[in-house]
Design a protein. Structure first.
Length: 304
């Protein structure tokens, strides 16, 4: 049986090392007393990275590579996983800003703009977004054509027709009575697109067959939505200390959620159905699906 805790810990270790090293290298030439601002930017970037994120997306990337029995160079694999995590971490820093969700707690610690200041938090997000693509450009053992495909995939998942677009729909629909299909559309973009990019990018890097690519993409599509439905449930059922972010924030911000539209029990049924569908997608074409099954179970049993 897959030990999901160990899997996530390993993903944390590999990706944290890669990110910390990249952030330190990036600004070290400027680390002089006369240019203190850059030191502060580096500190704030490290603060936003070294704060106990679960690293679910990197774990999903690594697990997809293993599910295909592919042997990708370890350092390249870490760079791609770290690039995805950079986009995720930047989105959280920006999402917490006063102009967005205005939250003061993230991963159990003061949010970046509280610990530092608003302008610094904006720049941390900007810098992490650039770093994601810099990391992809440093991949050494894949062809230039494959690297371009990875860049394209991540840019699309993060951009206006992915995460950024989903965030815009979220801001636009806050306080309004939206329908379930509109909520689903928003989440498929806001959180789903990046989760989907983890399996898509792994399949591209591993040169998967079309059948494998489609199965993994469909798995992640269902998984991404289940992740969000569970997140909405946690916002009601968990507490601030366990969540590491303000419990009940959705309600406070007057956001539409799955439990609000469907009721708590039906939201749980929907979440479980989505996970069952995700698992079924792995049945036929995926050689080693066990770790992906384990991550699917983790997504809907996690407490934060
Ligand atoms: C600001 C451009 C921009 C986008 C923000 C993803 C997003 C869009 C906002 C996040 C808001 C949010 C808290 C959504 C709930 C789902 C989610 C992404 C939770 C956090 O992901 P985890 O649980 O976090 O993987 P950790 O801390 O473990 O990395």
């Amino acid at each position: 049986m897959t030990d999901t805790k160990a899997l996530l810990q390993q993903a944390q270790l590999r990706v944290n090392n890669c990110l910390i090293e990249a952030i330190k290298q990036q600004t070290s030439p400027y680390n002089q007393e006369s240019i203190n601002g850059l030191e502060r930017l580096q500190q704030a970037s490290l603060y936003s990275i070294e704060n106990g994120g679960k690293r679910l997306r990197p774990a999903l990337f690594f697990a997809t590579i293993s599910s295909l029995e592919a042997s990708l160079n370890a350092s390249d694999s870490e760079k791609i996983a770290a690039a995805i995590e950079c986009i995720h971490s930047y989105s959280l820093v920006h999402d917490d800003l006063p102009a967005m969700d205005d939250d003061d707690l993230r991963r159990g610690k003061p949010t970046c703009h509280i610990a530092f200041d608003e302008a610094t938090a904006i720049l941390v997000g900007d810098g992490l977004q650039s770093l994601a693509f810099e990391l992809l450009s440093q991949v050494q053992t894949l062809t230039a054509e494959t690297i371009v495909k990875l860049v394209q995939e991540l840019a699309q998942a993060a951009g206006n027709y992915g995460m950024v677009g989903g965030q815009m729909i979220d801001l636009h629909s806050t306080g309004k009575n939206i329908k379930q299909h509109q909520l689903e559309h928003m989440h498929r973009l806001k959180t789903g697109a990046l989760i989907r990019s983890c399996t898509r990018m792994a399949a591209i890097a591993a040169n998967a067959s079309e059948a494998e690519f489609t199965a993994l993409d469909n798995y992640a599509k269902h998984l991404g939505l289940a992740f969000q439905v569970h997140d909405d449930i946690l916002d009601i059922e968990s507490d601030t200390e366990t969540l590491g972010k303000t419990q009940g924030a959705d309600q406070q911000l007057n956001k539409q959620t799955y439990p609000a539209i469907l009721g708590l029990e039906q939201a749980k049924s929907l979440r479980d159905e989505l996970i069952a569908k995700a698992n079924t997608e792995l049945d036929t074409h995926i050689k080693q699906p066990d770790t992906l099954h384990a991550l699917a179970s983790f997504v809907i049993s996690r407490n934060h």
